[in-house]
Design a protein around this ligand. Structure first.
Ligand code: MG
Length: 319
């Protein structure tokens, strides 16, 4: 049902400038604002000018703001601290991070009861602990003088029926071997927190979780059974489970086409708003828009703004 609904939407998504003529209905049709963080609210540790004021104005209009991030390295509590330090006060239940979604989804939707082997950060382990899912694997795992025969005698925990892969700065060949050994059993669930390929930072490209997921996928010769982060459904299923809301009355604000904007279309949200303070450019969107491919059309937002600051200005113009 939602696929049919959303296919109509993304054909209609015209990437219009949000302006005084359409902002009223844009806001009237919205109860929940899902916003991406990096590239929308801040870049690294630098706040994007006007973003704080816009979030405050949206809240004053009675909109619920949820901070939605594919970053799997932090717990929600750590994200609350980061948001507060940059001037975005938030409570834990307003943070929807891919680690939290992974833990919540496994516990309450999949109802997984076994142990998890994680190739991922401490933040992921802590979120799994918080919902009572036993897990191990975080931290360095390297072997001196590793020999191929060591792989064949690698001890495996028989209670592990799920491997979760997130961003792991300690990713190693030994971890790849362990994950592969578990996942060669097709009954073992393969979960990825997200599949972002990476992030351009200061002219360099930082490889993201998707590159680690790809390594594990290649070795295990299978794709993840569940991908939790944007643009995939579990992240919004978690929002639905926590907040009783009509997807049509939610909007997504983001800077990346293949995560933020595609999520809005995949989940049948009311609208997707692209801001041009992060990854995507208007030229890129216009290219997608002129393509005949449905996959490209799914990346076209309904609206765009140069930055979140202009949404604050538009809200002021309504008074
Ligand atoms: Mg972003």
């Amino acid at each position: 049902m939602w696929m049919g609904q959303s296919s109509v939407d993304f054909i209609m998504a015209g990437c219009k400038l949000l302006d005084e003529g359409n902002v009223q209905s844009f806001l009237d049709n919205t109860d929940i604002v899902l916003t991406d963080c990096d590239g929308v609210l801040w870049r690294g540790n630098q706040v994007i000018p006007g973003a704080q004021e816009t979030i405050e104005k949206l809240r004053k209009l009675g909109k619920k703001v949820l901070f939605v991030t594919n970053n799997s390295t932090k717990t929600r509590a750590e994200y609350v601290t980061k948001c507060a330090s940059l001037g975005f006060p938030a409570s834990e239940d307003e943070i929807i991070s891919s680690s939290y979604v992974t833990a919540h989804y496994l516990k309450y939707i999949v109802k997984y009861t076994g142990k998890v082997y994680t190739v991922g950060p401490q933040g992921l382990a802590q979120e799994l602990n918080a919902v009572g899912i036993p897990n191990f694997g975080t931290g360095p795992d390297v072997a001196e003088n590793w020999k191929f025969e060591d792989y064949t005698t690698l001890p495996l925990d028989p209670e592990v029926n799920c491997v979760v892969v997130g961003f792991d700065k300690d990713f190693s060949y030994v971890k790849l071997c362990r994950a592969t050994a578990y996942l060669r059993d097709k009954g073992c669930l393969f979960v990825a927190t997200n599949t972002d390929t990476g992030l351009p930072v200061n002219g360099r490209f930082i490889p993201g979780t998707g590159t680690i997921v790809a390594a594990v996928s290649e070795a295990a010769e299978r794709r993840p059974d569940i991908i939790c982060g944007k643009p995939h459904l579990p992240i919004f299923d978690t929002v639905l489970k926590l907040h009783n809301v009509d997807p049509k009355r939610c909007i997504m604000i983001g800077d990346r086409l293949n995560t933020d904007i595609e999520l809005a279309h995949n989940c049948g949200l009311g609208a997707a708003l692209l801001v041009l303070t992060g990854c995507a450019t208007l030229e890129e969107v216009r290219q997608k828009q002129s393509s005949n491919s449905i996959a490209d059309q799914r990346l076209v937002p309904n609206f765009y703004l140069p930055s979140l600051a202009q949404l604050g200005t538009l809200i002021d113009s309504l008074k």
